[in-house]
Design a protein around this ligand. Sequence first.
Ligand SMILES: [Zn+2]
Length: 128
Amino acid sequence: MCETNDESISHLFLTCRVANTTWKMCGACIEVQSIYHNITKDKFLGFELLGLSRKCNCVWMIVWVAFIWNIWTYRNNIIFRNLKPNGVKVFTFVQIKSWAWITRKYTKAMFSYFDWCLNPITCLKYMC
Ligand SMILES: [Zn+2]
């Protein structure tokens, strides 16, 4: 995606500077610094958050899926639509997509997009 390394699953979703920027912004958003792993399976397992109920963590996994979805679609847009690599944009798309998916799937998810961006953990705790 960044056009500096050969594309592999690990590079695309984890170590690429674009993915790395997006992961760091996700971590900063929830005030967690230890979500950085180099193996996709560990990343998924490590994405579960302490202090959240099991149900909340199931909802939280939607963010992980939104992350993977947006990395992949942004990568395709770089290749086929000549977009420039931009981890900040990918992070914004992750916020939009995860908010849209969660609020459409769960009737108790009545928080605004603004609230979701400001404090996603509080939003999850409120709905679970
Ligand atoms: Zn890269």
